[in-house]
Design a protein around this ligand. Structure first.
Ligand code: S3P
Length: 437
């Protein structure tokens, strides 16, 4: 949010080297889905490593509103008393998804199949995000979803609709849209097939299978049919690669740094930044590679080395879609030119991330030119100054990293939403060498 009530300014001062061993909070995508599937399952599921962020807590609250008992025995743990696939109850009030596009889009699919009406609302940023991408294909399945003019939230979802399976090719690579359709497909007659122009994160597919729903999927394709049941399952949530990303960039660009990041989720549909940073010359080692809760995880050891600019391979874009704010900072600190293309989706995230990062980094003296679907960034020195995150959590954390290297303090505006995905960022960052206040 960029209104006064949420104005929180941080100052990130030049600092470093960065040292230590840290574990960033749990994966946001997995935490959202774990609450959803556990709520719809028969029996009691335990989620450990749950992200205590505002986004995922909003999703948990949504299910509490719909009659699901969710206990919190300790921080980052949830015990979910599933009500079964048809057991949700009409909420007494609109469901507030907060800042979470994932929450709203996945819930739109899931709620399209219920016997009761619901309304989904969100904060200022979410209220500007395009929902046609889920409304239109869900309507083809028989759903009735009314939006504010132009396909924006709030969404009014009618219940008691007869849904039909669909064979749908996504116009843009989006795990949220794919997941919304698969969730509606749980309640549809016949088969729902989703094809993607480029494979996206497959947590919905993997978790549905873990909860016992028959589903077939491979890269770029998923299909399931309605009429089955979900079986309670414990979920272990790995540390979020997207949160680890800020530290991968920070330790790469600050002299003499060496950081270890524990238990990081290494799903290949999430780790595009690792490849991009390595192309820029970064020294990041994967150690202790293992599996937890059906997901690949590893510890990442990152050491400073001078980075150089690259043309980011366009095929990496969907696998690093959330990491561009951090990548832009790495590029601004690198030698030479970095070009990003094929990333127009960045313009419809929590903010227009191309515009916000270009404006903020320019205010710090970086040479960065916006293009319709990316940016051209010349590496060089950064000045002290003020960068406005416009309430976008990932832009806010990225500007904090820029402050490490600037020639004086960087004031980062509108940081409250960092808590949507990364509670405790400030403390964790200061613990390994940032000077953030
Ligand atoms: C997400 C999918 C991506 C990503 C978002 C989380 C998910 O969005 O940017 O942070 O959990 O499915 P799109 O589906 O819009 O690409």
């Amino acid at each position: 949010m960029s209104n006064g009530a949420n104005a929180l300014t941080w100052t990130s001062s030049p600092a470093g080297p960065l040292h230590g061993e840290i574990r960033v909070p749990g994966d946001k995508s997995i935490s959202h889905r774990a609450v959803m599937f556990a709520s719809l399952a028969d029996g009691v599921s335990r989620i450990s490593g749950f992200l205590e962020g505002e986004d995922t807590r909003a999703t948990a609250r949504a299910f509490t509103q719909m009659g699901v008992r969710i206990d919190t025995p300790s921080a980052s743990e949830r015990v979910v008393h599933g009500v079964g696939i048809d057991g949700l109850k009409a909420p007494a009030a609109p469901i507030d998804c907060g800042n979470a596009g994932t929450g709203m889009r996945l819930l739109a699919g899931l709620l399209a199949g219920q016997k009761f009406d619901t309304t989904l609302i969100g904060d200022e940023s979410l209220s500007k995000r395009p929902m046609r991408r889920v409304i239109d294909p869900l309507a083809k399945m028989g759903a009735k979803i009314e939006s504010n003019g132009g396909g924006l939230p709030p969404l009014s979802i009618s219940g008691s609709r007869k849904l039909q399976g669909i064979d749908y090719t996504l116009p843009v690579a989006s795990a949220q849209v794919k997941s919304a359709l698969l969730l509606a497909g749980l309640y549809a007659q016949g088969e729902t097939r989703v094809r993607e122009p480029h494979p996206t994160r497959d947590y919905t597919e993997r978790m549905l299978r873990a909860f016992g729903w028959p589903i077939e999927f491979c890269e770029g394709h998923a299909q399931l049919s309605g009429g089955h049941r979900l079986r309670a399952t414990d979920v272990v949530v790995p540390a979020d690669f997207s949160s680890a990303a800020f530290f991968l960039v920070a330790a790469s660009i600050v002299s003499e740094s060496e950081l270890t990041l524990r238990d990081v989720g290494m799903n290949p549909r999430r780790t595009g930044l690792l490849q991009a940073l390595r192309l820029m010359g970064a020294d990041i080692r994967e150690t202790n590679a293992r599996e937890a809760g059906g997901e690949a995880i590893a510890d990442l050891v990152v050491r400073h080395v001078p980075l150089h600019g690259i043309d980011v391979p366009v095929e990496l874009v969907p696998d690093m879609i959330d990491e561009f704010p951090a990548l832009f900072v790495a590029a601004a600190a690198a030698q030479g030119t970095t070009r990003v293309a094929g990333a127009a989706e960045l313009r419809v995230k929590e903010s227009d991330r191309i515009a916000v990062m270009a404006k903020g980094l320019s205010a710090l003296g970086a040479k960065i030119e916006e293009t319709p679907d990316g940016a051209i960034i010349e590496g060089g020195a950064l000045d002290s100054g003020e960068a406005d995150s416009t309430g976008d959590h990932r832009c806010a954390m990225s500007f904090c990293i820029a402050g490490l290297l600037a020639d004086g303090p960087v004031r980062v505006l509108d940081c409250a939403n960092v808590a949507t995905s990364f509670p405790g960022f400030l403390e964790l960052a200061n613990g390994c060498g940032f000077a953030l206040a």
